[in-house]
Design a protein around this ligand. Sequence first.
Ligand code: PGA
Length: 250
Amino acid sequence: MRTKIIAGNWKMNKTAAEAVVLIDEIKSALDGVTGVDVVVCPPATDLKDAGAALKESFISLGSQNVHWAESGAFTGEISATMLCELGVGYAIIGHSERRQYFGESNESVNKRTQAALKAGLIPIVCVGETLEERDSGQMEQVVTSQVVEGLADLGDDLSRVVIAYEPVWAIGTGRTATPAQAQEVHALIRRTLAGISSGNVANAIQIQYGGSMKPDNAAELLAQPDIDGGLIGGAALVADSFAAIVKAAL
Ligand code: PGA
């Protein structure tokens, strides 16, 4: 049985002071909850205060990106070592907004993922097709190459990766993939993982769905056999709705 994992991707929302307030609300809304992995990923400027607010909590801290180098002349970037020092345990990598607006490629996703794993972070590697790609019959090829190229050469560390399937057409649009549509791609991802790994690895990897997951659609998505959690954007910014999604995963 795979443990479900619900992660909040706050994107560029919440100042550090606001992050502490939201984390306190989430902590009380989830008081007593066990049996599910919960992660919050605030902006980088919030990580230190968010880490302090999460001390002693079962909720983990995640970043929204990580650079592949340990240090150096990479203006605006943040290394895995820097994140680890702040108590960060997870790093979202290759989110579609990074791919779309900041030139992220499967190759850079792979470099970031390798660096994250080397430093002991758990990468949440995002994949997903655009509407044009889906409509022109390219979904399978796009998602497969994102998985194969993004996760190339990880060796045994592949087993520590979390994958988020986020159809770009469902992100922030209110248009969710149907449970059947999502399950179809999750199964494809797991088959693809089986092709690049051995033993029980593909079966053990957590695959989250992301894209307008909300309290009212979470349960039926999470009931699908290959959907192991959610990467939540908008609904993660309100403690009650985030907590309701976590509870739907129990
Ligand atoms: P959304 O975002 O839940 O607001 O659609 C999900 C994501 O981009 O991770």
